[in-house]
Design a binder for this molecule. Sequence first.
Ligand SMILES: [Fe+2]
Ligand SMILES: [Fe+2]
Length: 260
Amino acid sequence: MATPRPLTQPLRQYRSIFAQYAPPSTSNASAARARRFISSTSSSSSSPPPPPSPHAQQQQQQQQQPKQKKPLTPAQQSLLSSALRVNQAGELAATLIYTAQTPPVVAREPHLRPLMKHMHDQEASHLHTFNTLLARHRVRPTALYPLWSVLATGLGWTTGLLGREAAMACTEAVETEIGGHYNGQIRALLEMVGEWEREGYEVGAEFRDLIATLRRIRDEELEHLDHAVEHDAQKAEPHWLLTGVIRTGCRGAIWVSERV
Ligand SMILES: [Fe+2]
Ligand SMILES: [Fe+2]
């Protein structure tokens, strides 16, 4: 029979620790408890984690502080004021066009009454939205409000008397310009939001609401454009001249209303 080898010094130390924390009849559970004790004492003696770097501290402080809103520059204030002003003028004109078109169009084609009412009511709702925004932000309306009112009513009556195709061609032309106009505004506002976010500034809920409102109205204008095309706008004679004149007029009115 082989004689047991004498224990080395480190093993003797472990034996004495086991003997202290485990009963003489050493079970697996007791040994596990003892091992946990050894590992806990060894880990508690390790050095504390290093302090965070100055850069990490700065990041942590920035995350803890509430974000600030960046004040609008004069150029941004001017952009927003002219955007609200021109939108209100455009929605007024659209409301008046449908108001003037509806009686002659519906007199000849009564089945178009629900569609004309639907488009008019949406325009009236858009106008109400921009009236509210102008009052809230103290933006003055365009000085040419009376002139646009007369021209829009005249355009509505004329195209309505020319018939369904001409009335729909008018809608097609107006909504093509207005849809592109809203898209340009949404793009400009999203660029401002992106710049603020990159610089770590807060983008207020009101600003995000304005972008959402413009997107909703833009979609409704493009829906009107679809309705017009579905109802034979492109059969108007001469379509190219009618839409060309109206689109040029819209672009001129937008340009002037942004400034005056
Ligand atoms: Fe509208
Ligand atoms: Fe519209």
